[in-house]
Write a protein that binds this ligand. Structure first.
Ligand SMILES: Cc1ncc(C[n+]2csc(CCOP(=O)(O)OP(=O)(O)O)c2C)c(N)n1
Length: 357
């Protein structure tokens, strides 16, 4: 059994909830679709779970009625907001989190720890938890209302909501852009058998690197969303030549890393390639709603060097960029506007679970 997603959102609106502050998880894909479709509740896409919690706190403190929906991995990002803002100032609103599970041998090792420890983490924050009823909507709403008034986090199980398509007017059309696979294939050709380290970020970039870059030195960072640039900075500070392949949602999650990397520009060999597909491909293709962001100028003002104007969307230009990179060190940035490929398999456990490069 699953809850009727349309009715779920309607009930939230009837209960006067005003905003859904969200970092996507595939478990809540249909809730997000319906929240975007329905004009009577505001979908607030957030750069990180910490941002979602703080925005919701501001909304609640000023008379609105927000909710937060995130993935279990992101509950860690909320720690500071929960323990040093929500608890001491007694600000409550419903926080709903998916609970990602883990099977032994699975390569989604980013979920292994919280697959058993999520309730303890919530308790350590001083909150109770409740497993959200996914059969009886009345109970579900009553649980959410309890979360609105008490320090309680609601945990969402897999397949809790019925399927809802995004209305056509909200669908992204990326057909005019070259798919990411073609850029990754170029990287593979140009850097095969070199000792350059490629870091693939949480999201589909790492998965696609596994399929399209079989001959390069790849580290697939399955979790730690937002941390790829800083991980790369650590590698680069140890003398490695590093290229981080990121996504647009990954780029903004811990954007402060750019300011730290910028400080080391003259001492390192680190490049960030931002593959901008305007979406969270791996959690269901949700629009990141980041069209207002000038990624190139953010990187530039953090001390990154730009290739050409910092933007590439054609393969021949990209090749020019990779050739330049071969003979160039420093701190470099390029934003590649790209389309989407069909789903590719996740890298298997034995290639994900390495801890030395
Ligand atoms: C802290 C945290 N929050 C949320 C997620 C769920 N998550 C995994 S990938 C992803 C989006 C990735 O989008 P993007 O970086 O644009 O790459 P794409 O999948 O589009 O290639 C999200 C939200 C996560 N893994 N970790």
């Amino acid at each position: 059994m699953a809850l009727d997603t349309k009715k779920f959102i309607e009930s939230l609106i009837e209960e006067k909830y005003t905003h859904l502050c969200v970092v996507p998880c595939s478990f809540v894909k249909y809730v997000i679709n319906e929240a975007i479709n329905n004009p009577n509740i505001e979908y607030v896409p957030c750069a990180s779970e910490a941002v979602a919690c703080s925005v919701a706190a501001g909304l609640k403190m000023s008379g609105s009625s927000p909710m937060v929906i995130v993935q279990s991995s992101g509950v860690t990002n909320m720690g500071s907001c929960i323990t040093s803002l929500l608890k001491p100032y007694d600000v409550t609103f419903p926080i709903l989190t998916s609970w990602r599970t883990y099977k032994s041998g699975d390569s989604e090792i980013q979920h292994e720890h919280l697959a058993t420890e999520l309730p303890k983490l919530i308790k350590a924050y001083g909150y109770e938890y409740t497993i959200l009823d996914n059969e009886n909507l009345e109970n579900t709403i009553s649980q959410i209302n309890t979360c609105d008034e008490t320090n309680t986090v609601a945990i969402i199980k897999k397949d809790s909501f019925t399927k809802i398509e995004l209305d056509d007017k909200h669908k992204l059309n990326l057909l005019e852009y070259t798919p990411r696979s073609e850029f990754l294939t170029k990287l593979n050709e140009d850097f095969k058998s070199t000792d350059v380290i490629f870091i693939g970020t949480t999201g589909n970039t790492a998965r696609e690197m596994y399929s399209f870059m079989p001959d390069t030195n790849n580290f697939y960072m399955a979790g730690n969303m937002g941390g790829a640039l800083s991980l790369g900075l650590g590698f680069a500070m140890s003398g490695k030549k590093v290229i981080v392949c990121g996504g647009d949602a990954e780029f903004v999650m811990h954007m402060g890393g750019l300011t730290t990397a910028g400080r080391y520009r003259d001492k390192i060999d680190l490049t960030y390639i931002l593959f901008d597909n305007e979406s969270n491909k791996s959690t269901g293709g949700q629009n990141t709603y980041q069209q207002h962001i000038d990624y190139v100028n953010i990187a530039k003002s953090c001390n990154f060097d730009l290739f050409d104007n910092g933007k590439v969307n054609k393969l021949d230009k990209f090749e020019e960029f990779t050739q330049t990179l071969k003979n160039k060190s420093g701190l470099n940035f390029v934003c590649v506007k790209c389309g989407v490929d069909d789903e590719t398999p996740r890298p298997p456990l034995e290639v994900v679970k390495v801890n030395r490069v």
